[in-house]
Design a protein around this ligand. Structure first.
Ligand SMILES: Cc1cc2nc3c(=O)[nH]c(=O)nc-3n(C[C@H](O)[C@H](O)[C@H](O)COP(=O)(O)OP(=O)(O)OC[C@H]3O[C@@H](n4cnc5c(N)ncnc54)[C@H](O)[C@@H]3O)c2cc1C
Length: 385
């Protein structure tokens, strides 16, 4: 079967690999040369965790993703997944600790619950309040994201995929469901039996005719040189972490030191109200960005807020319920869509690639993807083709 993939970022690179390895004749297109810094997949690292507070229905997908990341490492001989653990911090009955514990218990994921005094003893970098609890998950940590995209693309090419970079797809035709799909570039057209659209933050534009509810927002990542000793931030002492938001605050998350000391320690806020597109995003770092991260660090990791070494912007593509959009195009069974990863999709990339290959080749998947249905926001009145 001939398949065209539009977008070779996190999801498209994985889809290209799985489709090519399962015997499809794959042509992948990207407007840039991935990994690149214009979309949602840059900034060195992404958190990987399985005890999912967001919804326990994600856990089977994460367990499969964990296997597939490890397989990718074995097949390519490179280290992509680091497992210093993941620590969620918050009130014992708060969303992060309670719901992570529920997911971990339900699926038998190795974890520990830590009280305030133990947290203070093990992790002196945090400002721990007496009512703070922590859940430390063992098989969790971070992925080296640019390496992950590179390796997925390399494996795809090895399995025969033809990858076209710096070649934007200008439009695609789906006017005759059941016939072949044609995509147009500045230099010519290409046809295939099936089209996969993994356009990341460009998805609202590429899929404009479907008017799927997706909002792209501006996010900022920061790398600080800590005020005190950097030793506390080394990977053997500090896991990745997420700290529950209170009131109007945003969830804070961060990483241990993942590179040379001179790179600094990465930290960020999850979510933002600043809507933009990949074309309109303000990529400059404003004084107000730095002020907001420093304000949040002041009562969570005060010693981390030393000199700001570097900061960069990135884009989330968020759905109203923050669950993904994954499935077959509502009006054309020859088009598969994966979008709206809502700021937490990277860790799923290989399992999303596998599911896309199922949908393309079998028309269905054994994985439970009901909550990602493209129709869930329009149950009242389906939009006619
Ligand atoms: C700051 C930040 C922190 C995050 N942290 C985490 C985390 O810790 N853990 C986690 O699991 N997830 C995290 N995420 C989310 C995760 O990174 C994203 O969900 C994921 O990278 C999205 O992948 P994608 O393939 O949808 O988009 P992308 O990787 O951006 O890929 C889309 C690709 O499509 C191409 N494209 C678009 N339109 C066209 C066209 N017309 N023609 C050709 N090519 C086209 C683009 O050039 C791009 O390469 C974070 C995201 C951000 C921004």
């Amino acid at each position: 079967m001939k398949v065209i993939v539009i977008g070779l970022g996190a999801m498209g690179s994985a889809a290209a690999q799985h489709l090519a390895e399962r015997g499809c004749s794959v042509r992948g297109f990207d407007q840039f040369t991935p990994p690149h810094s214009q979309g949602s997949s840059h900034g060195l690292t992404r958190i990987f965790r399985q005890a999912y507070f967001e919804d326990h229905r994600y856990v089977p997908l994460l367990i499969r993703s964990f296997e597939l990341w490890q397989k990718l490492e074995r097949d390519t001989g490179g280290r992509l997944l680091h497992l210093p653990g993941a620590l969620v911090l918050g009130p014992v009955n708060g969303r992060l600790v309670k719901r992570s514990a529920e997911s971990a218990t339900k699926f038998g994921l190795p974890h520990e619950i830590l009280g305030a005094s133990e947290l203070k003893r093990r992790y002196p970098v945090f400002d721990i309040r007496p009512d703070t609890h922590g859940l430390l998950e063992k098989n969790a940590g971070y992925l080296r994201l640019e390496g992950c995209v590179e390796q997925h693309l390399r494996q795809a090419a090895k399995a025969g995929a033809k990858l076209h970079t710096n070649k934007p797809i200008l439009d695609w035709q789906d006017e005759q469901p059941g016939s072949s799909i044609t995509v147009r570039t500045a230099k010519g057209t290409y046809s295939a039996d099936h089209l996969v659209i993994t356009a990341g933050p460009w998805a609202p534009q590429v899929l404009a005719s479907l008017a799927l509810p997706m909002r792209t927002t501006r996010q900022v990542l920061y790398w600080f040189s800590p005020k005190g000793s950097i030793e506390h931030y080394r990977e053997d002492r500090l896991p990745v972490y997420l700290i529950e938001a209170e009131g109007n605050e945003l969830l804070l998350y961060g990483f241990p030191l993942t590179g040379p000391d001179s790179e600094g320690v990465k930290v960020a806020l999850h979510g933002s109200e600043e809507a933009c597109t990949p074309q309109t995003i303000c990529r400059d770092i404003r004084l107000s960005d730095e002020q907001s991260i420093r304000a949040r660090l002041a009562n969570t990791l005060p010693e981390l807020a030393g000199r700001l070494l570097r900061a960069e912007t990135c884009l989330y593509t968020v759905t109203p319920d923050e669950n993904f959009l994954l499935g077959t195009h509502p009006h054309n069974p020859a088009v598969t869509i994966a979008a709206g990863f809502s700021g937490h999709g990277f860790k799923f990339a290989p399992v999303i690639g596998e599911i896309i290959a199922d949908l393309v080749l079998l028309g269905s998947t054994a994985a439970n993807i009901d909550m990602f249905s493209l129709n869930r926001f329009r149950s009242a009145q389906p939009v006619p083709p």
